[in-house]
Design a protein around this ligand. Structure first.
Ligand SMILES: *Cc1c(COP(=O)(O)O)cnc(C)c1O
Length: 361
């Protein structure tokens, strides 16, 4: 039985809350930033058990400066979206997969697992409480949902915390493709790795992002959309495109890397299924770097963009450029997969795999 929610609406001293007024929101010009919404939901883990689900109106947290998350990186997060659909309903996509992945991350960082029921209930609750912030369908914008879990015990010794805080906030975000579905250039980085071969790359943790910031900044400075990672051990195989999974298309086959150091993407998992549904072959295996030259199409995939089609991948070390699009236009198969997945998320196409959940009727 889920505990009843406790509403907490205290305000932190010295913090003036900016109440976002609806008339201030320009839905079609939202960025991927942060906008304060009405409520967030939280749950504390104490004495080996999860407490009550709390509803807060405050978007600051009160934390000891000695909390383990601040020193030793006991921090896990997730990312999903709520979609206002053309039929007027609000849907979320495969939230139980996000719960399962967070549980895997918890095991990886020795944190208590957030039960699936509690995770999904809190996602639904925070979406419903912030209904007025869910962008209209026509804007192409969505409500981004960010669950996060942190170790809160005050201690300087290096060992797992005993107390944790799990929370979920939401914020409206703009459409990923402002000028329409288009391709982007990527650059291979050999000077920086985002994760070690037996490290935390397969977990969704802040530490991997901290490790990627230098490569990401370098790639942006060179005019690229994002950095592209090879396997950390040998630099022979494809790993990930920044914070998105990679896929290549050739001979009616969807090919995506198998690696211990990439994050198992829910979007990629869904695209593999849809490719199969479309009669394509699906291969999950090591992809040698040179194989890039044989792909007809390539893309980066994740919740933010669904698919970000790749224009080209440059390799500064060899001077090679692997080109997948000569006119900035995405390939036909990437376009078909993109449309299929987005239409399922928006309740336009039949949801044959039971991936969506209606949160608001
Ligand atoms: C979140 C994330 C992805 C994409 O996963 P989705 O579940 O599809 O959003 C890919 N790579 C990394 C490193 C990530 O953190």
């Amino acid at each position: 039985m889920a505990p009843r929610s406790k509403f907490i609406t205290t305000f932190a001293a010295g913090y003036t809350r900016h109440k976002t007024k609806m008339k201030e929101i320009d839905w079609s010009n939202l960025s991927f930033g942060f906008m304060s919404t009405d409520y967030n939901v939280r749950c504390n883990y104490h004495n080996g058990a999860w407490g009550e689900i709390e509803v807060h109106s405050e978007d600051t947290i009160n934390l000891s400066m000695a909390a383990t998350c601040l020193h030793y990186g006991q921090e896990a997060f997730e990312g999903l979206k709520a979609y206002r659909c053309p039929d007027g309903k609000v849907r979320i996509f495969r939230a139980t997969e996000n719960a399962a992945r967070l549980q895997a991350t918890c095991r990886g960082l020795v944190m208590p697992e957030v039960p699936t029921d509690m995770f999904v209930e809190m996602v639904k609750k925070v979406v419903r409480l912030n209904e007025r912030f869910i962008p209209p369908y026509e804007s192409g914008a969505t409500l981004y949902i960010r669950p996060l879990l942190i170790g809160t015990t005050a201690q300087v010794g290096v060992h797992p915390a005993s107390d944790y805080l799990f929370m979920i906030f939401v914020t409206p975000v703009g459409p990923y493709f402002k000028g329409g579905f288009a391709t982007n250039p990527y650059v291979i980085t050999r000077d920086y790795d985002r994760s070690a071969p037996l490290g935390t790359g397969c977990y969704k943790v802040g530490g991997n992002y901290a490790a990627s910031l230098r490569a990401n900044t370098w790639a942006h400075e060179q005019g690229y959309s994002c950095e592209f990672y090879l396997d950390a051990r040998e630099k022979k195989y494809i790993d990930e495109c920044g914070a998105a999974n990679f896929f290549g298309i050739k001979d009616n086959t969807y090919i995506t890397p198998k690696s211990n150091s990439i994050l198992p993407s829910v979007t990629n998992m869904s695209l593999m299924q849809l490719a199969e549904d479309l009669g394509m072959r699906v291969e999950r295996r090591q992809i040698p770097l040179e194989e890039l030259g044989t792909f007809e199409e390539a893309g980066a995939c994740g919740t933010a963009a669904v698919i970000s089609p790749i224009e080209r991948i440059d390799d500064p070390e060899t001077g090679k450029s692997y080109v997948f699009s000569h006119d900035g236009q995405p390939g036909p198969i990437s376009t078909k997969l993109y449309k299929k997945l987005v239409d399922i998320q928006y309740g336009i196409e039949p949801d044959e795999h039971g991936w969506t959940t209606v949160v608001i009727e």
